[in-house]
Design a protein around this ligand. Structure first.
Ligand SMILES: NC(=O)c1ccc[n+]([C@@H]2O[C@H](COP(=O)([O-])OP(=O)(O)OC[C@H]3O[C@@H](n4cnc5c(N)ncnc54)[C@H](O)[C@@H]3O)[C@@H](O)[C@H]2O)c1
Length: 312
């Protein structure tokens, strides 16, 4: 297939492109390079890889991709991935997370492109700490601008699926970690411990607990469902088997892997790291497991491997 990967220069998008190229697909990647282009440097010479630097919230830009290329399917990963940054400036989420979806859907409608894969998030559920979240769980009330913009995107996608006979697969990712990751709790701890090897400030009370999936496991699931694409709209919670990992456990893992001893943890207190954070959630992933996909790493293993990757 000829595939457009929107946000393909990012952490997850670049791993996805590596995998789709190996499967024999041709890739058009569009990205405004918020984090630079280092994740796609190795692809520049690949004859099956074409790159556009552009803001996809701009509709003319999105239209141009479809007029200059034959595109069979769109993988939409372009978004603001820094929830705390969006918390200070809501326009970032409106522009990068929601308007990119609007532009791409409109461009697809005009070009009559029917297949969409969308990178959504657990943040659409809001705070439901006592519920094992299923794709059919209702009453979703996002608590961050990011979650709101993703939820609004999902709703818009649903309407285009119905109005334009499109097909869409919506993946609700948990925390995704692994090589090429550029921010988040693991990076924060490593940076702080490099500055002070005796003490570590931990946001919240350390009991926040979420599932962390290794990026290559996640990409495996997306590529598997690409090969088995079903018409209509499908939503999948994508995550690891078993329990999530607490923030304190992440801190301990980083300390161990850095070879440090007797580090004092200073908790800032409260049940969450920042406003908009969802301190704990748990997914039911029976739907994605029923496709035959299996994650290789547990949450704790994904954390340890990512710490090792980051310290290389
Ligand atoms: N990393 C996670 O833990 C996680 C969890 C849930 C969902 N997701 C979703 O997965 C997708 C990829 O996340 P990631 O971690 O790789 O993030 P990332 O920030 O590394 O990648 C996102 C890419 O989108 C690009 N982008 C942003 N706004 C754009 C715009 N207006 N026009 C064109 N390009 C734009 C950025 O330049 C960046 O390269 C995002 O949609 C994110 O919301 C990520």
């Amino acid at each position: 297939m000829n595939i457009l990967v929107a946000g393909g220069a990012g952490f997850i998008g670049s791993h996805l492109i590596d995998s789709l190229l190996k499967e024999g697909h041709s890739i058009v990647c569009a990205d405004k390079l918020v984090m630079g282009d280092k994740n796609i440097e190795h692809l520049r010479q690949d004859p099956n890889f074409k790159f556009y630097e552009m803001d996809l919230a701009n509709r003319d830009n999105a239209d141009r991709l479809f007029s200059e290329n034959r595109i069979d399917a769109v993988y939409h990963l372009a978004a603001n991935s820094d929830i705390q940054k969006g918390g200070k400036e809501p326009d970032i989420d409106f522009n990068d997370t929601f308007l990119t979806t609007r532009s791409l859907l409109e461009a697809m409608r005009k070009a009559d492109v029917k297949k969409l894969f969308f990178a959504s998030t657990s943040a659409v559920y809001g705070e439901m700490p006592d519920v094992k979240l299923k794709e059919t769980t209702g009453g979703l009330m996002p608590v961050s601008y990011y979650g709101g913009a993703k939820f609004a995107s999902e709703a818009l996608i649903s309407s285009y699926v119905s109005m334009c006979d499109m097909s869409a697969v919506i993946f609700r990712f948990p925390n995704v970690i692994g090589p090429r990751l550029t921010h988040g709790v693991i990076f924060d701890f490593i940076k702080k411990l490099n500055d002070n090897r005796n003490e570590l400030t931990v946001l919240g009370d350390g009991t926040q607990c979420k599932p962390y999936i290794y990026v290559l496991d996640l990409v495996d699931a997306i590529v598997k469902l690409t090969a088995e694409f079903k018409p209509g709209e499908q939503v999948y919670n994508l995550s690891v088997k078993g329990e999530g990992t607490t923030v304190t456990k992440i801190a301990e893992t980083v300390v161990e892997e850095m070879g440090l001893k007797n580090v004092k943890f200073n908790y800032t207190g409260g049940d969450r790291g920042w406003k908009g954070d969802v301190p704990r959630f748990s997914y039911d992933i029976s739907k994605i497991l029923s496709t035959g996909w299996e994650p290789k790493f547990s949450s704790d293993q994904a954390v340890r491997q990512t710490v090792k990757d980051a310290l290389k």
